[in-house]
Design a protein around this ligand. Structure first.
Ligand code: BYC
Length: 309
């Protein structure tokens, strides 16, 4: 059997493609693209919440937030390792991110104005991430699928901490309840955009579904997220900011309003409210870390010299 047939058969049998296996160039390119974008999203995603670490309202909330942001760093590093198994170079991926040549999730280009944003990010953003990523645990590329299992477990924990934070604020003062409602209003639509463009405009979905990299389309997952968020919003006591949101008994799903895809395109092409801030800070952190990379390289070279001597 030739290599391509073997690859096709592995996919057809729902088995995993591993780093040592032959794979079409397009499959490798798509995997590197998706895994790198995912890794960049985790790393850039540390910033909006990280802004609140020094301003968390209690030691307990600070410890929780610190742990969550550290988890996100871990996810990023884990995913860069998965990209390396495809032959990608981590330094090169970082360069592409800070030069704006590779994407990261649109959701991290919005500001976190109050501490309620930390809760809403946990509830909606991590909620959307879980909805998108649980099916990726069955993705056809082995190292990515396995990385997703651990990442999803931690994301579930993040989602629950966000919801718990919001429940606490909702049982507080009117001012706190207003903060939660305001944060919900600002994050709802961007959360729906996390799932990517509508299926009709998604350039990669058809091929990624055929290769079983993706298991559901963007619109299927977006619908699933809307359906699961509605009862959560009711229980919390907040209103989702969409007058067209209503149960459709015939479809067995909620209908919802028009998403502003022009705005999405603007954000993805670098013109969102915080794109500049996010990339500038990432670039600065990379430059500030130069001495650590130099020291690590010098130490590794010294070890090697001593091993040879
Ligand atoms: N933002 O053909 P499509 C997290 C791009 S981290 C920006 O549908 P695909 C968390 C897309 O890349 C969350 N760009 O693409 C971390 C493509 O452009 P290119 C990140 C987007 O790949 C910290 C073009 O639009 N999660 O959870 O089939 C704290 C056309 O799209 C976006 C992942 O990365 C977007 N929202 O489907 C808290 C999950 N959407 O590359 C939480 C893994 C689309 O052709 N990724 N684009 O130039 C995926 O599941 C898929 O890549 C997507 C997009 C569903 C996102």
């Amino acid at each position: 059997m030739n290599l391509e047939d073997h690859f096709d058969e592995t996919i057809a049998r729902d088995q995993r493609i591993e780093p040592r296996d032959w794979m079409p160039d397009g499959y490798r390119r798509t995997m590197v693209r998706q895994v790198a974008q995912h890794a960049h999203s985790e790393i850039i995603g540390m910033q909006p919440e990280g802004d609140w670490i020094t301003r968390a309202p209690s030691l307990r909330r600070k410890a929780i937030l610190l742990a969550k942001v550290q988890d996100e760093a871990g996810h990023g590093l884990y995913l860069y390792s998965a990209a390396e198994t495809l032959g990608a170079d981590r330094d090169d991926l970082t360069e592409r991110l800070i030069e704006g040549r590779q994407k990261y999730s649109s959701i991290f280009n919005y500001p976190t104005l109050t501490f309620a944003d930390v809760g809403v990010i946990g509830w909606l953003v991590d909620g959307a991430a879980i909805c998108n990523q649980v099916p990726l645990c069955r993705s056809s590329y082995g190292p990515y699928a396995r990385a997703m299992i651990r990442i999803c477990k931690e994301e579930s924990f993040h989602q629950r901490q966000g919801y718990e934070l919001l429940m606490t604020m909702m049982s507080g003062t009117q001012a706190q309840r207003n903060m939660v409602q305001d944060a919900t209003n600002r994050w709802w639509w961007p959360s729906l955009m996390m799932f990517g463009p509508p299926d009709a405009q998604s350039t990669n979905t058809a091929q990624s579904m055929a290769w079983k990299i993706k298991r559901h389309t963007n619109d299927e997952l977006r619908q699933r997220f809307v359906d699961m968020s509605v009862p959560q919003a009711e229980k919390l006591g907040v209103t989702l900011p969409d007058p067209d949101l209503k149960w459709n008994a015939e479809r067995g799903h909620h209908d919802f309003g028009q998403i502003d895809w022009e705005h999405f395109k603007e954000v993805v092409s670098g013109n969102g409210p915080c794109n500049e801030i996010r990339l500038t800070r990432r670039r600065q952190a990379h430059e500030d870390g130069q001495w650590v990379r130099d020291a690590a390289a010098a130490y590794a070279a010294k070890q090697q010299r001593e091993a040879v001597a």
